[in-house]
Design a protein around this ligand. Structure first.
Ligand SMILES: C[S@@+](CC[C@H](N)C(=O)[O-])C[C@H]1O[C@@H](n2cnc3c(N)ncnc32)[C@H](O)[C@@H]1O
Length: 263
């Protein structure tokens, strides 16, 4: 991504970023629990092929949208609410040479501009938990065509957290985020009328050294470390974030919910 294409942030801007935008600023490409492993699972469950119309809601920096277009030849619409993410997503799509296959635009998961049944596949990685969850699930299903697949990756408590881990993660690291158990997520999507619901889950490894390396590769990981230490504001934010994340990681997991919109 070229520095010319994305706005430069001040130290105050950096201090105010949520953790996900902060990782995007550092150049991290995979920004969801479960990392590339979860995305591979989503793609497998989605039965992707050339020519399908895919919507990626809350696309972040467009890593999944680019992979889906490149690997499967699908036509992807990638939406996100945040200008910072959209700028990086557009730059990444341009660098990937996929401007004809991935369209990036602003959108809100709670009020998508698309008509009912507009897409064959709808992806939502790590976003439903930030918003009104039942409304978001209904909206994902609304824009999918009958018989199409809806796929979501979410956080969940893999084992009951201590009061301290819950308070630090949901209160300090990601204020406003809401999630509970695997069964709660399944119930939420079933209540939104998703059928044939399948769930897979695993540990939250995105921020462990092994997970980081596996998601980003050695060269990108070194570049992200370089971007972190290159500015005092970033280093200070990382020094605040990492010990807090470490308190919650043992209790966190990711899950992938996949289902079909009933005919
Ligand atoms: C944890 S990041 C996930 C990004 C991307 N899906 C990925 O897996 O790398 C959450 C994303 O949700 C976006 N977001 C938050 N609220 C949203 C909303 N109401 N509608 C659309 N996107 C939203 C954020 O801007 C951010 O890019």
């Amino acid at each position: 991504m070229s520095a010319r294409t994305v706005p430069r942030l001040t130290a105050t801007d950096v201090a105010a970023l949520d953790p996900y935008a902060f990782f995007a600023v550092l150049g991290k490409r995979v920004i969801h629990p479960g990392g590339r492993r979860a995305t591979d699972e989503l793609c497998r469950q989605a039965d992707l092929r050339e020519g399908l119309q895919v919507l990626d809601v809350a696309c972040g920096v467009a890593t999944t949208a680019i992979a889906v277009a490149r690997r499967f030849g699908a036509q992807v619409t990638a939406v996100d609410i945040a200008p910072l993410m959209l700028a990086r997503a557009r730059a990444n799509v341009r660098v990937a040479g996929l401007e004809g296959k991935v369209v990036v635009e602003q959108g809100d998961i709670l009020a998508l501009r698309f008509p009912d049944g507009a897409f064959d596949r709808v992806f939502a990685e790590a976003v439903t938990m930030f918003v009104d969850r039942p409304r978001a699930a209904r909206e994902l299903i609304r824009v999918c065509q009958p018989g199409g697949h809806i796929l979501a990756a979410e956080f969940f408590w893999r084992r009951p957290p201590t009061a301290e881990a819950r308070r630090i993660f949901l209160g300090e690291v990601c204020p406003g985020m809401q999630f509970d158990t695997l069964d709660d997520w399944v119930a939420l999507y079933q209540a939104a009328r998703l059928s044939d619901v399948q769930v897979t889950s695993g540990p939250f490894e995105m921020m462990t050294p092994a997970g980081f390396l596996s998601d980003e590769g050695l060269m990108y990981s070194l570049a992200i470390i370089g971007h972190t230490v290159s500015r005092w504001s970033r280093l200070r934010k990382m020094a605040w974030l990492m010990p807090r994340m470490a308190r919650a990681v043992p209790y966190l997991g990711y899950l992938v919910v996949a289902g079909v919109k009933p005919a």
